[in-house]
Design a protein around this ligand. Structure first.
Ligand SMILES: [Fe+2]
Ligand SMILES: [Fe+2]
Length: 271
């Protein structure tokens, strides 16, 4: 794990940057609207359990986790600013996510908040797997956006066990993380559905069966294959599950090589 502090210039990115596909592009734009607030919540939930972390390696990993999520949040905040400028109701969507997370922080005890974090980090790792293991999912994407999503996905693969290990160090039980996974999955997909409708409404395509069909076909089946993630999702419900049971290392390593090869490109982006 390392801190990469990638910065991307999104000025030249077209509105429907994923090969001109409207509802398909909006799905990733939609996910972006959750990250700055969600990742802040994750880091707070994990850091609140720092006193339980006795293993110095996990302590280092926790710091790197916070650093990586901080960099993701920063880039997604700029991404979301771009969406705002394009006319999407990002302010309202973020305000509602913020209210939801504040409610969660009020009603759930700290360890249950960490269990929810583990659940959502697992869902994020599944999506990372989808983007990196089926690279055709980003065919036709504007290079800046492909770089952003692949970087984020690879680092989610790298740090996917950190919150989970902190949860274990804090003595978190199986029933709590399994229960929170059920709740987190339902709430998360309900919110994603809501954001998708709002954003497609802005583009005037919320009532288009063709656009909805294209969206479902693209992300669930071909080329993104999210439906194939079901066994990985269900693995989380095994009492002895650990995120490292699902090997993403080869996928992350392949990205690292591509990232190193593209270093010149990233430096130009920074300038
Ligand atoms: Fe992240
Ligand atoms: Fe993460």
């Amino acid at each position: 794990m390392e801190l990469r502090n990638v910065r991307l210039n999104m000025d030249e990115v077209p509105r429907h940057w994923l090969g001109g596909r409207r509802s398909v592009t909006l799905f990733l734009d939609n996910l972006s609207t959750f990250f700055p607030l969600g990742e802040r919540f994750f880091v707070q939930a994990a850091n609140a359990h720092r006193p339980f972390v006795k293993d110095p390696r996990l302590e280092v990993a926790l710091r790197l986790f916070a650093g990586q999520e901080g960099a993701h949040s920063r880039e997604h905040a700029r991404y979301n600013q771009r969406l705002r400028e394009l006319g999407y109701p990002v302010e309202q969507m973020e305000a509602r996510v913020d209210r939801l997370l504040r409610l969660v922080a009020r009603v759930l005890p700290p360890r249950a908040q960490l269990a929810a974090t583990c659940a959502l980090e697992h869902l994020t790792a599944l999506m990372a797997h989808m983007l990196l293991d089926h690279p055709r999912a980003l065919d036709g994407a504007h290079p800046t956006m492909a770089a952003l999503w692949r970087w984020h996905a690879a680092e989610e693969g790298e740090h996917k066990a950190v919150a989970f290990d902190v949860y274990r160090a804090a003595g978190g039980p199986y029933w709590e993380r399994a229960g929170l996974m059920v709740i987190a999955s339902l709430v998360f997909w309900a919110k994603v559905g809501e954001h998708q409708v709002r954003m497609m409404h802005t583009d005037g395509i919320a009532g288009s069966p063709r656009e909805w069909l294209a969206l479902v076909r693209y992300w669930l089946f071909e080329p993104a294959h999210m439906a194939r993630l079901a066994p990985r999702y269900l693995a989380y419900f095994r009492p002895r599950f650990h995120p490292s049971d699902l090997d993403d290392q080869a996928m992350v390593d392949t990205w690292k090589q591509a990232y190193a090869a593209e270093a010149v490109y990233h430096r130009r982006e920074v300038a």
